[in-house]
Write a protein that binds this ligand. Structure first.
Ligand code: SAH
Ligand code: SF4
Ligand code: F3S
Length: 465
């Protein structure tokens, strides 16, 4: 039996269990998938949701559902703390609903210390699995619905890449597409390579087939996902580079926008810049994580580039594609970082003038090389430096956002504005958000919008004809 057959049989078994539960409850059982992590985790959650729907659950967003699954992240400790906090709340719901089941999966579950803690302090959790065996969820789901014991199955190594899992997309018009899994870069602060395993690229034909299917299903924007898309294609039988893959995706009719995440500065090629520049479909946005502007810290982080290399790359991108928006990630408080190192980071911010930046306080991750480095920076010092960096980042983000004021640009309408239902919210190619008068009928369509007023990080605009 191949994976797909086993999956189908497990889904059928889960469906019978859900039907039996429906009889007991006198209503359709509900399920909720709660996501904590990055785009890749969000994509996994769409697979979990697809499976739950196939099994017959009505999927809702409330944690009072009959089946709740937390798809966890462990990149920084605050992500872990949030999970424990939510679990406490969910445990309360379970006391009131004897049929309720609680499951945990995702990156945090790949850490043995986490599993120990859940086994002792959160015994009401029914199911735990990791990142490498998500494709077995139908089987675990069926087992969990049948049994009352805690099921734990976490693998140290990746399993096969399962191509045929059902998926339920959050948005009908846009979708993430995994092009690779795992990471080989071992930045010294980062836990991702340990919890996601070694880098594996998906076959280009599978990626293209998925994009074609998505396009046929009404998706016009795809986001190609990988921890470092620039190393896409390594280890495949037929050698394909990331720019080549982009050019293939571009040929698919129906796909109007292509995004990707994340591109590591160490190996971003001229060919990639050319490919973006010559494309009508590849969005004018590049996320180029800096982490630090100090060459000394970058070396200790094992980022494989220095300040000069990063700056010349960012300048080249700005020169070649002037309209592009460049965003970044910055870590403050890496072991040994001094205020002088932070000055270097601020210098890069001033020169690149990022359109936006995510700033994080360094979080010690057990098992990573940085965790055992001497001279860890105190929390107080990190916060002070963090505030300094944030002020600079916000200053340039505001300036850069405002540079499109008065222009007419195309927005993909994503939703009706949450606060004002007379407005809809659209996203520009450069990832900026614009709110403008409109209604739900516009969702999923591309609209030319005049960007009337920049409100800091978003625009107020109007539809033009
Ligand atoms: N693969 C991507 C990053 C994925 S993690 C890349 O290399 O660009 C997303 C971001 O989380 C990183 O860019 C980094 O800024 C941040 N991060 C990772 N580990 C961290 C840690 N231990 N403490 C604080 N921030 C961290
Ligand atoms: Fe983590 Fe570095 Fe890999 Fe990004 S490239 S996931 S920061 S190890
Ligand atoms: Fe978090 Fe895992 Fe993504 S640790 S950032 S969810 S790969």
């Amino acid at each position: 039996m191949n994976y797909s057959e086993t999956t189908d049989m497990s889904v059928m078994r889960a469906r019978e269990n859900v039907r039996a539960l429906e009889k007991k409850l006198g209503r359709v059982p509900t399920a909720a998938v709660i996501t904590f992590g990055c785009q890749m985790n969000a994509r996994d959650s769409e697979k979990l949701t697809g499976i739950l729907m196939q099994a017959g659950f009505s999927v809702i967003s409330e944690e009072s559902a009959d089946f709740v699954i937390y798809n966890t992240c462990t990149v920084r400790d605050n992500a872990n703390q949030r999970v424990y906090g939510r679990l406490g709340v969910c445990g309360g719901y379970k006391k009131k609903n004897p049929y309720m089941k609680i499951a945990l999966c995702g990156c945090m579950m790949q850490e043995p210390s986490v599993i120990e803690k859940i086994k002792t302090s959160y015994r009401f959790v029914d199911l735990i699995f990791g990142t490498h065996n998500l494709y077995k969820f139908p089987e675990y789901l069926a087992d969990t619905l049948e049994q009352d014991r805690q099921i734990i199955d976490v693998w140290k190594e990746p399993g096969e890449i399962e191509e045929n899992l059902p998926v339920s997309r959050k948005y009908p018009f846009k979708s993430g597409v995994n092009i690779m899994f795992g990471c080989n870069n071992f930045c010294t602060y980062c836990i991702v390579p340990y919890v996601r395993g070694r880098e594996r690229s998906r076959e280009p034909k599978e990626i293209l087939r998925e994009c074609e299917r998505l396009a046929a299903d009404g998706v016009s924007e795809v986001m190609l996902l990988g921890q470092n898309v620039n190393s896409y294609g390594r280890g495949l039988s037929e050698s394909v580079s990331f720019p080549e893959l982009l050019r293939e995706v571009e040929k698919i009719e129906g796909i109007k926008r292509i995004r990707f995440m994340t591109s590591h500065p160490k190996d971003l090629s001229d060919e990639l810049i050319e490919t973006i520049k010559n494309s009508d479909k590849i969005c004018r946005h590049i996320h180029l994580p800096l982490q630090s502007g100090s060459s000394r810290i970058l070396k200790a982080m094992n980022r494989c580039y220095d300040k000069e290399k990063y700056l010349s790359l960012a300048m080249k991108i700005r020169e070649e594609i002037p309209d592009i928006s460049i965003t970044t990630d910055i870590i403050i408080g890496f072991p040994g970082e001094t205020p002088a190192d932070v000055d270097e980071t601020i210098d890069v911010i001033r020169r690149v003038q990022y359109d936006n930046a995510f700033t994080f306080i360094y979080s010690k991750r057990t098992g990573t090389p940085a965790a055992s480095m001497e001279n860890q920076v105190s929390e107080k010092e990190s916060h002070e430096q963090f505030d300094r960096v944030l002020t600079e980042v916000q200053k340039y983000a505001k300036l850069q956002s405002a540079r499109f004021e008065g222009r007419v640009m195309e927005a993909l309408v994503e939703e009706v504005n949450e606060n004002d239902t007379a407005l809809v919210t659209g996203r520009l190619s450069n990832n900026l958000i614009v709110h403008f008068p409109g209604d739900a009928s516009l969702i999923g369509s591309y609209v030319k919008v005049r960007l009337n007023e920049c409100k800091g990080f978003y625009y107020l605009g109007e539809k033009t004809y």
